[in-house]
Design a protein around this ligand. Structure first.
Ligand code: ADP
Length: 160
């Protein structure tokens, strides 16, 4: 049976921290579906289509990765794509407390599901999408926090 994991997040935008977690998890699974979760009542910084395009671009040479979007419960998406694993990254102890609750609730709702955590690389601990958004919003250079494959011109705030 195929080992399918999903990597859920808002990825607004997808950072080097996200990229590193996915790459490190690749040998563990047959397929990783990157799930961009969205809520039609909440406005994101970057449009869903762009976030999707960027992630596809980052992993264009990686046949084990798919990118999809989903509105609703993560456990329902897992059932839809037949994934038994949820992949998450852990940066800090506050990430842990937050993630623990979500993982335990997901397990109650879907007992076959396991959440797999990878500790972030030390150099990626301070990287998060909201800081990257702030840098872009204030015309700073966020390139060091974004995957190398991306074209930085597309990250100008007027392009968002
Ligand atoms: P969410 O909106 O669910 O928090 P994010 O897009 O912020 O989604 O993050 C998705 C996943 O990536 C989460 O498991 C988060 O902990 C992990 N993550 C975010 N930033 C980093 C990072 N710098 N290093 C490792 N993991 C990270």
């Amino acid at each position: 049976m195929e080992r399918i994991a999903i990597f859920p997040g808002s990825f607004d935008p997808f950072t080097i921290g996200h990229e590193s977690i996915v790459k490190r998890a690749l040998p563990m699974f047959d397929k990783i579906v990157i799930m961009i979760g969205f809520n039609s009542n909440k406005k994101s910084f970057f449009p869903l289509e762009k976030r999707m395009k960027w992630i596809n671009q980052i992993f264009e040479d990686e046949t084990k990765i798919e990118v999809k979007s989903h509105e609703g419960l993560t456990v329902d998406f897992c059932k839809l794509v037949d994934a038994k694993y949820i992949l998450r990254g852990l940066r800090t102890s506050s990430d842990f407390e937050y993630e623990r609750a979500i993982a335990q609730v997901n397990k109650r709702m879907h007992p076959e599901l396991e959440t797999v955590f990878l500790l972030t690389k030390p150099e990626h601990t301070p990287v998060n999408s909201s800081i990257v958004r702030d840098i872009i919003l204030h015309d700073g250079d966020a390139s060091m926090f974004l995957p190398q494959k991306l074209n930085m011109n597309e990250f100008k705030k007027d392009e968002a």
